[in-house]
Design a protein around this ligand. Structure first.
Ligand code: ZN
Length: 566
């Protein structure tokens, strides 16, 4: 059995052919985070992949934000599946169950913690040495604590606590448990490119939580001996193991996330914040290998895989949360009738409100609704390809070449005038990884919390608006088509609703970049996007990728405001 986790930084990472990409992992379970897909935006190509069954959790607040999905091979279909950690999102009785008392959380807090589409739980079966065993997989996208929003620090820690209590409750029920995903905290100094540059590294609440959650993690370097002798450990009572460190206790420069804005991947100036945690018995007896896949591009994170010496048994039917049961994909179910779950009184699985579901069941009244034709179909029409699955199957059934061939670096336009940098970075680029977060978390801040014309247009608009959805689909298609050939035109199109500073730049022309001091190379122009006295001001920094201060090939600390008189 092989399992993979990957923060894909937007489902578009899969647009080049989701089946080919999933197949290329040769994994039974593929957990992705930060899909940025909300239910109104989920298209059929993403939801229904031949040979797989999928389980999504969507953000219920902002559209195009957060979100996780677990794809299982049909040969590894789960017996139970559930969205969220609290149990409050359950719409059916076939949930995983095993909830802790949750007494330390208010009911509002619990709802908020499950409101952003950050967890999907699937439960699988395998035959172990002692007979049938359960394996529960918790796919999580843990919150990132935006230093600008103190309340998110609390949210992040509460999410960790909830995750731990649920994982331990499931473990106590007798199931093996794997917790995997983007945890958004690098654990040890060895997991960070520049720990000395982080104030009070060990005091970070996320790291303290990891110390508590993980077994044998109170001291530097988990080694085999420590695992075997608990009595000598002072604070090592955690029930889960960081499986990568279990197999590679000393490996340095093993990072899974890099800031795209600074090009830090080129210098491997990153952090390890994507993990596969496992309950102890599993990692000590069933796991046979774990590794990161830094060679796989397409996101600002790389995937992590683990192999287990067991074979999952497929469930004879898909659990209700499965996308194949969603009413908007019901057309496909006729061909898959053997997997149908009986649906009664209009109450259907998934995260839609009952009213929405009823609407979707009456296609006549949806004449002008986006659900009449989903974006996938619409796109297929305009490209002349029929959205028939039989054809998809035909063209996508043979994975070919190695994994790398499926991934090309995303078009990076961040090193342009519209890049987003906060003043702290602007004044002191060396200190980009803040005390709280890693370099890539700053990237997340930009992607999640600010309007950036380079990112997907679907993010900041209200959900369910037909016009916008259509515009967004057309835009996506347009961007794809033109690709690198017409970068500037694409940028103009994307930035149509962008900040006024963009138009200023267009009208006046960009200022000429000075050479940086250390490399004597032309700088890049950036704009302060953070609210504050410097908002909108432009500045030049060294164009090289971010790296360790001791690395002469990396970005130097050259900095100059464009408009000094301001
Ligand atoms: Zn330089």
């Amino acid at each position: 059995m092989k399992i993979v986790t990957w923060n894909i930084n937007g489902i578009r990472t899969f647009k080049s052919g989701i089946k080919k990409i999933l197949d290329s992992f040769d994994a039974d379970i593929i957990c992705a985070q930060e899909t940025k897909v909300t239910r109104d935006l989920l298209d059929e190509k993403t939801a229904i992949v031949d040979g797989y069954n999928s389980y999504f959790s969507f953000s219920r607040g902002r559209s195009g934000y957060s979100g996780v999905v677990t794809y299982c091979k049909d040969s590894a279909a789960p017996f139970l599946a559930e969205e969220g950690l609290t149990g409050l999102l359950n719409t059916n009785e076939e949930a995983v169950g095993c909830y802790s008392d949750q007494l330390e959380f208010s009911s509002e807090e619990l709802l908020a913690l499950d409101n952003e589409g950050r967890a999907v739980i699937t439960q699988h079966h395998f035959i172990g040495a002692d007979g049938p065993q359960k394996l529960t997989v918790i796919n999580v996208y843990c919150p990132r604590a935006d230093p600008e929003k103190p309340e998110r620090k609390h949210y992040k820690i509460q999410f960790y606590k909830l995750l731990q209590s649920r994982a331990e409750a499931i473990l106590s029920s007798g199931s093996h448990v794997i917790v995997l995903g983007d945890v958004n905290t690098s654990h040890r100094p060895i997991d960070h490119c520049d720990p000395d540059d982080v104030d009070n590294f060990e005091d970070n609440p996320g790291r303290k939580w990891l110390d508590h959650f993980l077994f044998g993690s109170s001291e530097n370097g988990d080694c085999e001996e420590e695992f075997e002798d608990v009595s000598h450990k002072s604070a090592s009572g955690g029930k889960f193991v960081d499986t990568f460190r279990h197999f590679h206790p000393e490996r340095t420069d093993a990072f899974t996330c890099w800031s795209t804005m600074t090009g830090a991947r080129q210098t491997n100036y990153g952090t390890r914040i994507d993990y596969i945690f496992s309950s102890r018995f599993l990692v000590e007896n069933i796991f046979s290998g774990v590794d990161i896949m830094p060679e796989v591009e397409g996101s600002d994170h790389c995937p992590v895989w683990a192999r287990l010496s067991c074979t999952l048994l497929p469930s004879p039917k898909y659990p209700p949360l499965c996308t194949r049961h969603m009413p908007e994909f019901a057309g496909r179910q006729q061909k898959l009738s053997r997997f149908l779950v009986k649906v009664s009184d209009g109450r259907l699985p998934g995260s839609q409100e009952a009213g929405e579901i009823r609407e979707n069941l009456i296609p006549v009244v949806k004449e002008n609704n986006i659900f009449k034709k989903r974006p996938a179909d619409r796109e297929a029409e305009t490209t002349g390809n029929k959205p028939k699955r039989s054809k998809q199957t035909k063209t996508e059934s043979k994975p070919k070449g190695n994994l790398l061939s499926f991934f090309k670096p995303k078009q990076t336009i961040f090193n342009t005038a519209t890049s987003t940098v906060n003043p702290k970075q602007a004044e002191c680029p060396k200190h980009e990884p803040s005390t709280e977060s890693s370099g890539c978390q700053i990237t997340h801040a930009r992607l999640n919390d600010e309007t950036d014309c380079n990112t997907t247009q679907t993010r900041s608009r209200p959900s369910g608006v037909e016009e916008d959805t259509h515009v967004s689909m057309v835009m996506e298609k347009e961007i794809k088509k033109q690709d690198q050939q017409d970068k500037e035109a694409t940028r103009v199109e994307n930035c149509r609703k962008g900040p006024s500073s963009f138009w200023k730049e267009i009208l006046h022309g960009p200022p000429q970049p000075p050479p940086c001091k250390s490399h004597n190379e032309p700088c890049v122009l950036r704009t302060v996007k953070k609210a504050g006295p410097n908002l909108g001001r432009q500045f030049f920094v060294c164009a090289r990728p971010q790296g360790h201060a001791s690395n002469p090939q990396a970005r130097c600390n050259f900095f100059a405001w464009v408009d000094k008189g301001k």
